[in-house]
Design a protein around this ligand. Structure first.
Ligand code: GUN
Length: 306
């Protein structure tokens, strides 16, 4: 009798795939002969946003773009922010504008996104770019889902004709992820909090993308053997999670050492015994997002200055 043997999934190394993309961006900038300009706008002092915006500006400089942070006061009015966006729209040296979300409560993010020149919208959040994406005509595509596609491609597994399931329907990840997979000829199912019998759908997925924002939602019994699993989740949990993590030696060790640990939406330790490829958290999707933003800035510069 042949004994069943657990096969551990191969890791998709986001850092390495991001490094390759960054090298492409460097080469593209050298070819342009000028430095595309990227402005990352932050309103207020949210610590996570502070880190993200700083990292975006820093990476831009590192790759040969002109990266700048525009830091505005927490009490800024919506009208004042719209005036800043207008100034950046008109500034010919600025090729890419991103306004870090979330914004303080007095500001309607939709009005701000609508105000960004679609040609400079390197987040791909403007309704014009969203419309183009859904028509398969997009140039500026949201960075995180674009990064996920690149990670899937790095495995060599074909998206064409695959059953793809996306869990999560946000405008930033879930919806554009589904559109990109559809563009690549996957049969796409979008699941969300009202989905009935989630596991019956996810078990059919050759490619499973988890973008829920809740730790350990995707368990091994929900994953088709041999699936490619992309984990977009970034959930910091504290010691109250220790029991639910007892089976994961590595995460348990980090939790005991640091008092908190970063988890994805996927139960990595168990799902890796079922999947063929899986992204770790951290070190999977995260590094791709900023690299894609840099590529979008080069694309925006090329198109706008053509
Ligand atoms: N907040 C969380 N993710 C993002 C993103 O991709 N872009 C912006 N601008 N804000 C975010």
């Amino acid at each position: 009798m042949i004994e069943a043997r657990a096969v551990t999934a191969r890791l998709i190394d986001g850092k390495s795939v991001a490094r390759d993309l960054e090298n492409e961006v460097r080469a593209a900038i050298a070819e342009l002969g000028y430095q595309p300009g990227l402005v990352a706008v932050r309103v207020g002092n949210d610590p996570a946003s502070e880190l993200y915006v700083r990292n975006k500006a820093k990476k831009a400089d590192e790759l040969g773009l002109r990266g700048r942070q525009l830091v505005l006061d927490e009490s800024l009015s919506e009208r004042e922010l719209l005036a800043e966006v207008d100034r950046l729209n008109r500034d010919d040296e600025v090729d890419g504008i991103l306004v870090q979300l979330p914004l303080p409560k007095q500001i309607d993010p939709r009005k701000v996104i609508d105000a960004i020149d679609p040609a400079k919208d390197v987040d791909g959040f403007h309704p014009i770019n969203v419309g183009l994406l859904h028509m398969g005509r997009a140039a500026l595509v949201p960075c995180t889902p674009a990064g996920c596609i690149r990670l899937i491609d790095s495995t060599g597994v074909s998206i064409d004709g695959a059953n793809a399931v996306v869990i999560g329907r946000s405008d930033i990840v879930g919806k554009p992820m589904a559109a990109l997979l559809l563009q690549r000829n996957a049969s796409v199912t979008i699941c969300h909090s009202r989905t009935r019998d989630l596991a019956s759908l996810t078990r059919n997925a050759d490619i499973l993308v988890a973008a829920v924002g809740r730790p350990l939602v995707v368990t091994a019994d929900m994953v088709k053997p041999g699936a490619v699993v992309i984990d977009v989740g970034m959930n910091r949990v504290d010691a109250s999670f220790a029991d639910r993590l007892a089976h994961d030696e590595e995460k348990s060790r980090l939790l005991a050492k640091n008092g908190s640990v970063l988890l994805g939406d996927v139960d990595f330790a168990r799902v890796r015994e079922v999947a063929s490829w899986i992204t770790p958290v951290p070190g999977g999707v995260g590094p791709m997002t900023i690299a894609m933003l840099m590529q979008n800035t080069v694309t925006a510069a090329r198109q706008r200055r053509a």
